[in-house]
Design a protein around this ligand. Structure first.
Ligand code: MG
Length: 405
């Protein structure tokens, strides 16, 4: 059952992010699409019943806040489609003060007050529509709701030194609280007014205000992925790297009077690959895998057989020229894995030398390159020793660039 309640969203982003150690507000950090802030708001914009949005910001950072919000074209489009009023409210000295400012601005700014208000940390970009629905339903029924997950680590209390354990939390009854926290709008506003009148500034979040002035807060189901970004490591692994795979294939005829070249190594044999260049079937497949992963070109486009420059060319030079183009786009090799289909000769005695040769051409560690050979059990042109074929796959990575793709 989907909630039919109307709700306002308060996105809190007025903190200073001192724990990040980055010199940049965590809400402004780049993610796959835009920033942490532009990502955090998306699931709310897709939820029915939203009537108002208010974002709290630190003094002096309104322009940066708007830039971060509109850094994603999807967010910009969702905002213009839904046509919901968007307000920015300067934060106070504490979270409690910032939320109180936002509630007052909402009360003053809307003719028809929403039934519920959801308060969400803008530094939780991975909130899902399901979690939002859980909160709306639970707050609609009980007045106050917070998404939570059961504690998985053992939680301990310490003495003043913070070095000696004095007790443990009872784990079956211990939960980690997330946001959005949801409340009946009018009652939460009233609770904040009372707390302000009482000069009660000890409330770390809105559930403690609700508990002090209104009554019990109900738990609903959160999501372990709905993490708050606190340290830069929280975002590095999730959003900072872009990865791509590539696949290359090549086949060459084996004829007498040519060298058998595999991975830049000449392997003693009575036949070798026919071809315009030196015919190194393994290096050709690798070149195509890398170029394909980076989305640049294929080997035939870069080094056309019709161009006499490449006649009898060293395929190692072709690979290096292609790899330079991939490197120039910021990519780094994670690994390369290849299968050589070859009836004769036995490949295993040359494997180490071939892996080292490829790694040297690419300027990477040998353990990132693997090559294995298979026979075709005497079947087909490969089985009859008339051809050699290679399949190569690779994984490449680079840091995400903002506003790219
Ligand atoms: Mg070829």
């Amino acid at each position: 059952m989907k909630s039919k309640s109307t709700f306002a969203l308060i996105l809190t982003a007025a903190g200073s992010s001192v724990r990040m150690g980055l010199g940049l507000k965590k809400e402004f950090l780049p993610m796959q699409d835009g920033t942490v802030l532009s990502t955090a708001i998306k699931s709310f914009l897709k939820t029915n019943g939203l009537t108002h949005i208010i974002i709290t910001y630190p003094d002096g950072q309104l322009e940066d806040m708007k830039k971060a919000l509109f850094s994603s074209s999807e967010t910009e489009q969702l905002l213009s489609q839904c046509g919901i009023p968007l307000l920015f409210e300067k934060g106070g000295a504490t979270r409690q003060e910032s939320v109180f400012n936002a509630l007052n601005a909402l009360a003053a700014g809307c003719a028809q007050k929403p039934e519920l208000v959801l308060i969400h940390d803008a530094a939780r970009p991975w909130v899902t529509e399901t979690v939002i629905q859980n909160v709306l339903e639970c707050a609609g029924e009980y007045g106050a709701a917070v998404p939570s997950t059961p504690a998985t680590d053992t939680l301990a209390f310490t003495d003043e030194s913070k070095e000696i354990i004095t007790g443990y939390a009872d784990r079956p009854h211990t939960f980690c609280l997330q946001t959005p926290q949801g409340f009946r709008f009018n009652e939460l506003l009233e609770a904040h007014r009372k707390a302000a009148a009482d000069k009660n500034t000890s409330c770390t979040d809105d559930t403690t205000i609700w508990a002090a002035y209104c009554g019990p807060v109900h738990l609903c189901e959160g999501n372990a992925r709905n993490k708050k970004i606190t340290f830069k490591e929280d975002i590095q692994t999730e959003a900072a790297m872009q990865i791509r795979t590539g696949l290359g294939y090549d086949l060459h005829k084996l004829v007498e009077g040519r060298k058998l070249m595999l991975g830049g190594v000449a392997i003693p044999f009575e036949k070798g690959e026919d071809g315009h260049s030196d015919g190194d079937v393994l290096l050709h497949a690798i070149t195509d895998a890398l170029l394909g992963a980076a989305g640049i070109a294929d080997i035939g486009e870069l080094f056309p057989p019709s161009d006499n420059t490449w006649k009898d060319a060293d395929s190692g030079k072709l690979l290096q020229a292609a790899w330079q183009k991939v490197l120039a786009d910021g990519w780094k090799l994670e690994n390369l894995d290849c299968v050589v289909a070859l009836e004769k000769p036995k490949f295993l005695p040359y494997r180490t030398q071939v892996r080292e040769s490829i790694a040297a051409l690419l300027g990477c560690d040998t353990d990132k390159v693997f090559v294995k050979a298979k026979t075709s059990e005497g079947l087909g042109e490969i089985g009859r020793g008339e051809a050699a074929a290679v399949w190569a796959t690779c994984l490449i990575s680079r840091p995400f660039r903002n506003n790219q793709e």
